[in-house]
Design a protein around this ligand. Structure first.
Ligand SMILES: Cc1cc2nc3c(=O)[nH]c(=O)nc-3n(C[C@H](O)[C@H](O)[C@H](O)COP(=O)(O)O)c2cc1C
Length: 216
């Protein structure tokens, strides 16, 4: 098989893995995955982020408590959006959040949780003056998270990019001791998956891409 086939196969099966075994992650595997994150590009090559891999049981329990609180709010918000519905419909929707709920409550049993932190003052935010929500700053941060997830997949591991915990930055700073002024942009629980990788569900190429000008 040509290298590109293997590469595309990996890309097309790197889905969110929320059901993770408690099997420990080997040190060399962990280091290769973290190195892959460091290979990601950033504006001006400033690399304005750091990665804290949490393995300590007590810290993972504290992360879990923070994440559960945010996850439950998220589920309730989504259920409220549905308006008045019969209880069985609400239960069905709640069940669809099941693996996410299990992840939140079981976070302390996952071997490692990667917390990605960044220095906002070192970001190039070229769309800050446009009167809409700026997004370019994140382009110096999330490529590293995706590299991390792809490398994890290549090693037979899986994880999920989560952001709900980012609103609990103050508590996270106290727990993990990163500097004042730094922010949290992702939490990635990861390890050996209980289930299968892939396939992905995505919109077709014809909908997502056009040549030369916008196609509606
Ligand atoms: C910016 C961003 C934030 C996300 N936040 C969360 C989260 O807080 N919790 C969670 O379980 N999944 C989170 N996800 C995972 C998405 O739900 C998931 O990628 C999406 O549903 C597609 O599923 P797939 O990755 O399995 O293809 C997030 C993904 C992205 C890109």
């Amino acid at each position: 098989m040509p290298d590109s086939d293997a590469f595309y196969s990996l890309l097309s099966t790197t889905r969110s893995i929320r059901r993770i075994k408690d099997t420990p992650i080997e040190k060399d595997v962990l280091e290769r995955i973290c190195q892959a994150a460091i290979w990601a590009p950033s504006g001006g090559n400033r690399q304005p982020w750091r990665l804290i891999v949490v393995q300590d049981q007590k810290l993972k329990e504290q992360l879990s408590a923070l994440y559960v609180a945010e996850w439950d709010l998220y589920v309730d918000f989504n259920l409220k959006k549905l308006g008045q519905q019969p209880p069985e419909v609400l239960e069905k929707v709640r069940a669809q959040f099941g693996t996410g709920t299990d992840l939140a409550h079981g976070l302390a049993n996952i071997p490692a949780v990667a917390i990605f932190v960044h220095d906002p003052s070192a970001l190039y935010v070229t769309d800050a003056h446009l009167g809409r929500h700026p997004v370019v700053g994140g382009a110096s941060l999330y490529p590293a998270v995706q590299n991390f997830l792809l490398a994890a997949r290549a090693e037979g591991l899986g994880g999920v990019l989560t952001t709900l915990i980012c609103s609990r930055e103050k508590e996270l700073r106290e727990l993990l001791k990163f500097p004042e002024g730094w922010g949290v942009h992702a939490m990635v629980p990861f390890g050996y998956p209980k289930g299968q990788h892939g396939p992905l569900q995505r919109a077709p190429l014809s909908e997502m891409m056009s040549i030369d000008t916008w196609k509606s």
